[in-house]
Write a protein that binds this ligand. Structure first.
Ligand SMILES: C[S@@+](CC[C@H](N)C(=O)[O-])C[C@H]1O[C@@H](n2cnc3c(N)ncnc32)[C@H](O)[C@@H]1O
Length: 288
């Protein structure tokens, strides 16, 4: 299912294309482009000037968006590899985001363990993300990935998509990485995670990373305001509320921790003070 075959809505903006060049206001940021801006957006193709403004304002608050984004991304890589090594072959990556600079997409990681059987269904609300997912996040096998537009706040619609690409009778690795904090309503977040996990086969797993105000609530309220000013609604939640998202699941060691402390394979990354990370991550298994 490739929703963006045909026109390409994600051609990189050249100087003549920028809103400023046309005397128009800057477009609102999107969480996907911001994430690219946080990571430096190597060749400058994904982030717009407004996104870089938001990143600069985050830095002015004393935060380290590049560090946070990289730590989160590395957490995703480690959890997907861990689940693949534990025997999971299929992944549902909701809020998949733009392709990572290092090319380590969910499918690439999964097929490094299961070259012939790994499959990934990428889901996002942002059509530009889906166009990239369609073009750049494929694996070695053409039909191993699909990219579909859906909202994590509508879990029934997401569950309905599964059979078109994944086998619902077998365990699935559900990724909710750095996405639920963009859903502002607490009940919706709780309800979505519960409904999604409820719809997966026993043995499935849920990976969640989520911005938390555990270490500096005041800075996080300001960060929410900066994001809102850039056009991106966000709710940076207390650790206890993120922990509740794993209720009913078997939380794998080391539990819900700053993402750089989740089974790190790099001492340097693990050494970053947790108070710099502001994003908690965990992995829960659905028991038989
Ligand atoms: C910060 S990026 C995270 C990318 C990737 N999951 C990671 O952790 O590296 C957040 C992504 O979530 C997507 N997103 C935001 N709200 C969403 C929603 N309600 N449903 C699905 N995707 C959403 C954004 O479009 C963006 O691509």
């Amino acid at each position: 299912m490739h929703p963006n075959s045909g026109s390409n809505p994600i051609a990189p903006p050249g100087p003549e294309d920028t809103p400023a060049a046309h005397g128009t206001p800057r477009p609102a940021s999107t969480s996907a482009r911001l994430y690219a801006a946080y990571q430096g957006d190597g060749d400058g193709k994904n982030a717009y000037p407004g996104d870089r403004d938001v990143a600069a304002k985050m830095t002015a608050l004393g935060l380290q968006p590049a560090l946070i984004a990289r730590a989160n991304r590395n957490f995703v890589v480690r959890t997907v590899r861990y689940l693949a090594e534990q025997g999971i072959h299929q992944f549902l990556d909701i809020g998949c985001g733009l392709p990572p600079e290092n090319g380590l997409t969910t499918q690439r990681i999964a097929e490094s363990v299961h070259p012939d059987t790994a499959r990934t269904l990428y889901v996002d609300t942002d059509l530009a993300v889906l166009a990239h997912a369609d073009a750049l996040m494929r694996g070695r096998r053409e039909d191993a990935t699909a990219a579909v537009q859906a909202d994590v706040a509508d879990p029934g619609a997401v569950l309905d998509l599964i059979p078109s690409h994944l086998d619902p009778a077998r365990p699935i690795g559900l990724l909710l990485a750095a996405v639920m904090h963009f859903v502002e309503d607490d009940q919706t977040v709780q309800g979505s995670v519960r409904r999604l996990t409820g719809g997966l086969a026993a043995g499935s797993a849920v990976v969640i990373s989520h911005m938390s105000d555990a270490y500096d609530p005041e800075a996080m309220r300001q960060a929410e305001a900066v994001l809102r000013g850039g056009g991106v609604g966000a709710r940076i939640r207390p650790a206890g509320m993120i922990r509740e998202l794993f209720d009913g699941l078997d939380l794998t060691d080391p539990g819900l921790v700053p993402v750089n402390r989740w089974r790190p394979d790099d001492d340097a990354e693990a050494a970053y003070p947790v108070s710099d990370i502001h994003i908690l991550g965990g992995l829960g298994r659905k028991l038989p």
